[in-house]
Design a protein around this ligand. Sequence first.
Ligand SMILES: Cc1cc2nc3c(=O)[nH]c(=O)nc-3n(C[C@H](O)[C@H](O)[C@H](O)COP(=O)(O)OP(=O)(O)OC[C@H]3O[C@@H](n4cnc5c(N)ncnc54)[C@H](O)[C@@H]3O)c2cc1C
Length: 169
Amino acid sequence: MMAAADVVVVGGGVVGMTAAVTLQQRGARVTVLSADDPADTVSTVAAAVWYPTHTDEDPRVLDWARQTYTKLSRQAGDGVPGAVDRPTRMLLREPYVGPPWWAPACADLLAEPAAPPYTALLRFTAPAVEMTPYLAWLRQRLAAGATVRISSAYWGKRGRRQVAASCLR
Ligand SMILES: Cc1cc2nc3c(=O)[nH]c(=O)nc-3n(C[C@H](O)[C@H](O)[C@H](O)COP(=O)(O)OP(=O)(O)OC[C@H]3O[C@@H](n4cnc5c(N)ncnc54)[C@H](O)[C@@H]3O)c2cc1C
């Protein structure tokens, strides 16, 4: 029997757990359903470095990047387990035509000349996350008021129907 919940979050990786913690902070009763233990998700093995990649310039992405940067840097300053600010260097090969589109999201980006074959060196602070302690911290924050259920049965048809019914409460 599933405990009463205002919201059912499907997925116990960093996205699901972060959503669950945020919803709980806003007063919702949350149940997280995950086919895997949070410690066994893709999130656990991520390098988890802040850096907009595999995406083109987009105002929405810039806004998400800025919010993520601010939040992760604040968490690093607050001593959240796994959250760190890393001095980062990026060497460019393509002609340098000015700061990258994501520079406004970043606190301290500086461009310097670089020796060939490179065209420029970007220096900036990149928030990064050690995922094992970070996921454990998220789970600990949830522990007080939320339920985390781990079962491969959610992959099945019957499981999916049960989850959908819970979401409609
Ligand atoms: C090697 C590597 C390096 C990476 N480096 C970076 C990086 O530097 N920076 C960066 O931003 N990103 C990086 N990523 C990407 C990052 O790991 C992912 O974007 C992120 O972990 C996705 O999180 P998630 O919570 O959405 O998914 P996941 O961590 O995959 O979690 C998915 C969850 O959903 C559950 N689930 C799925 N289907 C069902 C179902 N039907 N029923 C119930 N539960 C279900 C799973 O059990 C799991 O709990 C990297 C990834 C890899 C593999």
